[in-house]
Design a protein around this ligand. Structure first.
Ligand SMILES: *Cc1c(COP(=O)(O)O)cnc(C)c1O
Length: 229
């Protein structure tokens, strides 16, 4: 057995255990395998082992890799998206997790109009307020959604957040809990053209806590593919 399929088996077991602790069905949680710095051959191995969703954080790397992965899988964009990459992003990805400015929303909508397409997005929220992190501040989330709702080609599906780095996954819990609460509040506004069904949070170090706190999408790289070089 390859180490990738063995790692996947462990991660899936932990997903199931975390879901059980929270009284949730593990099928409510989509595992996105983050493949930055992972070559197409190893991505294909993971696809063969049953992974259906992959995440990249750089458009250029993804554009080179995706055609080399001969598998029917969905690609997610999880990194900071520069506006000059918006055109490629709407073509390559089925879900962009990182809508973090209204200028980017405008450009994505424009590119979708030009391609006569539409795109699914998550609003990235900087829940901890760390200066090094992208995302709209939580107190701006409502106004951001009201603005994005006007763009006909953009379909917001929920929120994405990243907890501050820590060795202790428990440190992430209050941030994940706040993100979940915010999602509930925003969902209750019933903004037309905006859905609040998806909550993307949790990485290799904290995905179990994220599931306990309500994540519907987790983004896991290292725990599946090993340390990045
Ligand atoms: C790299 C990355 C991940 C995965 O991180 P790991 O710690 O390797 O699991 C998740 N989300 C984003 C936004 C990333 O850039």
């Amino acid at each position: 057995m390859s180490s990738i399929s063995e790692n996947l088996r462990l991660v899936k077991g932990r997903i199931a255990a975390a879901a059980a602790r929270a009284g949730r069905d593990p099928s409510e949680v989509t595992l996105v395998a983050v493949t930055k710095n992972v070559d197409a051959g190893r991505v294909a191995l993971a696809a063969k082992a049953g992974v259906s969703d992959f995440g990249e954080n750089r458009v250029q790397e993804a554009a080179e890799k995706i055609p080399l992965v001969d598998a029917d899988v969905a690609w997610h964009f999880v990194g900071h998206l520069q506006r000059n990459k918006a055109r490629d992003a709407v073509e390559l990805f089925s879900l962009i997790h990182s809508l973090d400015s209204m200028k980017l929303a405008h450009e994505l909508n424009r590119r979708c109009e030009m391609a006569d397409s539409s795109t699914d997005l998550l609003l990235q929220v900087n829940i901890s307020g760390e200066e090094t992190k992208f995302g709209v501040p939580p107190e701006m989330a409502k106004d951001s959604l009201l603005e994005v709702a006007r763009y006909e080609r953009l379909r917001v599906r929920g929120l994405m957040t990243i907890a501050p780095y820590s060795d202790d996954p428990e440190d992430a819990r209050p941030w994940f809990s706040q993100a979940r609460q915010l999602m509930g509040e925003l969902g209750r506004l019933s903004i037309s053209n905006v859905r609040m069904d998806e909550l993307s949070m949790g990485m290799s170090g904290d995905y179990e806590v994220a599931i306990e706190e309500g994540a519907t999408i987790i983004r896991v790289g290292t725990a599946i593919f090993g340390e990045r070089r």
